[in-house]
Design a protein around this ligand. Structure first.
Ligand SMILES: [Zn+2]
Length: 206
């Protein structure tokens, strides 16, 4: 953050999409060192973890509700509860500016199917992602981000920035149709696994 010219001590809110280690790892540091408020819905997962936090667990802080808005200055992030990837998984919609041009981002909080693989869990995942897809469409989101950059090609797209010609869209600004296709692919992959589970009779993996 310092390399990019940002001061981590000024971070007021850290919005954590879900309670897996890759997402919560820095929460304790921000909370204890900088007094940042931690917004997370998977506090039960964090509390239940026995040895997942060798350097310290973040303390339970802000619990988001569906549609909650977090505003800092003139920027607002709207949070949506999208259970599936984890029970408390959250997603969000917010605006960014590309050289002054406002662009809407949909942030999908959890992508992989590393939850109990049974039909009810996939039904929940599908319902959440379908709802998020329609919220994104209604908001006119042209950028889709998620918690793991390999699923939105962010690393490649950011490398493309240096070859961007004047007037060209930002590589992450893929348009509403591509955002819809992202959700369609995610939906069809989840349906495929759900069908396989249903065919093999795995209706409850617990
Ligand atoms: Zn995860």
């Amino acid at each position: 953050m310092k390399k990019l010219g940002f001061d981590p001590a000024k971070v007021k809110y850290v919005i954590v999409s879900h309670g897996h280690a890759g997402e919560t790892g820095g929460a304790y540091l921000f909370q204890s060192r900088y007094g940042s408020r931690i917004v997370m819905n998977d506090w039960d997962m964090v509390d239940a973890s026995v040895n997942g936090y060798p350097t310290g667990k973040p303390k339970r802080d802000i619990v988001p509700t569906d549609g909650m808005k977090i505003t800092v200055g003139d920027r607002t992030v709207t949070i949506y509860l999208t259970p599936g990837h984890t029970p408390g998984n959250i997603s969000s919609i917010f605006q960014v500016h590309d050289h002054g041009k406002p662009l809407t981002v949909v942030y999908s909080g959890g992508t992989e199917f590393n939850f109990p693989n049974d039909v009810p869990h996939f039904d929940q995942y599908l319902a959440s992602e379908r709802r998020l897809a329609s919220l994104a469409a209604a908001a006119g989101a042209t950028i889709v981000l998620n918690n793991q950059s390999q699923f939105n090609g962010a690393a490649t797209k950011l490398r493309m920035l240096k070859d961007r010609h004047p007037g060209e869209a930002h590589p992450l600004d893929v348009g509403t149709n591509a955002v819809a296709r992202y959700f369609k692919i995610e939906d069809e992959c989840a349906q495929a696994v759900r069908l396989k589970l249903a065919a093999s009779g795995i209706t409850d993996a617990k």
